[in-house]
Design a protein around this ligand. Structure first.
Ligand SMILES: [Zn+2]
Ligand SMILES: [Zn+2]
Length: 277
């Protein structure tokens, strides 16, 4: 059953970097997981199962559904959310030419394939906020769809948030680099944590903490750069589960990429025939 965030007790974690990122959560703060996938892209659980899992197995006050290049499931989740004890943000994870960017509060699809700057502008135009997804992810992860950006992009584009805690297994070093980067850029971006869950048990493995309990409170916290994050503890069974499901996640990701490629080719040929040179 859903438990009120206010009734939870929190455990601090020692360590130098941990001081900033793992302070105990004050009683009037709540937890959000703002990076979750469903079967609308390469996730393995459908919207209904995700919502049931969040209600029964987590204490999240807010979630965002952020499928790759689609807002279909996010809209469905937002419609169903009235029956659940948490709130849902309509989001998406956009493939840009410079890595993945999460658009929160984005009811309209942002076309994939644009530059990071253009993508952030498109997200802002519809009133959304833009978060850098899994910055500094190792290059070999790119083969599995975890496309990263690079420092020049982070230095120059006006993102709103920087995902310093992504719960995908083996991103420990990338998360650390992201935190190091943020020590010099904390005035520019809010720090965020997201599970990047593709399977139910991963939901909530990484979280964004914020003062208050509603989506408006979370938005205010991102805008005022006052968020904190909660990182995943090392969890052997979750990592083993993830490894077991990775082939089907990759297969779904490849199928989605192929669909995207075909759609682009079709729209290019339509443009050519509609707008002859
Ligand atoms: Zn991604
Ligand atoms: Zn993702």
């Amino acid at each position: 059953m859903y438990r009120s965030p206010a009734t939870l007790t929190e455990k601090g974690v020692s360590g130098t970097l941990a001081v900033r990122y793992h302070q105990p959560m004050p009683h009037d703060w709540s937890k959000a997981d703002i990076h979750i996938h469903t079967t609308a892209s390469d996730g393995l659980a459908n919207v209904q199962d995700v919502l049931d899992w969040v209600a029964e197995r987590t204490d999240l006050a807010v979630i965002a559904i952020t499928d790759h290049n689609t807002v279909e499931a996010a809209h469905e989740a937002a419609r169903l959310a009235k029956d659940y004890p948490f709130e849902v943000i309509i989001g998406q994870e956009v493939d840009t030419s410079e890595g993945h960017v999460i658009g929160l509060w984005t009811p309209r699809l942002v076309p994939p394939g644009m530059s990071a700057h253009e993508t952030v502008e498109a997200i802002h135009e519809q009133g959304g906020l833009a978060i850098v997804a899994h910055p500094f992810a190792p290059r070999w992860w790119a083969k599995h769809g975890l496309c990263r950006g690079d420092r020049r992009t982070y230095d120059t584009v006006d993102f709103d948030g920087f995902e310093v805690s992504n719960a995908t297994p083996l991103l420990l070093h990338a998360n650390l680099r992201a935190r190091m980067y943020m020590t010099r850029h904390r005035h520019r971006f809010a720090i965020t944590g997201g599970s990047d869950a593709h399977i139910l048990p991963a939901i909530g493995a990484s979280m964004t903490l914020f003062q208050g309990s509603t989506v408006e409170d979370l938005r205010r916290a991102i805008e005022t750069r006052t968020t904190r994050v909660r990182s995943p503890a090392f969890w052997l069974t979750r990592n083993a589960r993830y490894a077991r499901h990775l082939p089907s996640i990759i297969e779904r990701e490849r199928a989605a990429e192929e669909d995207l490629r075909r759609a682009r080719a079709a729209s290019a040929s339509t443009c050519e025939s509609t707008h002859p040179q």
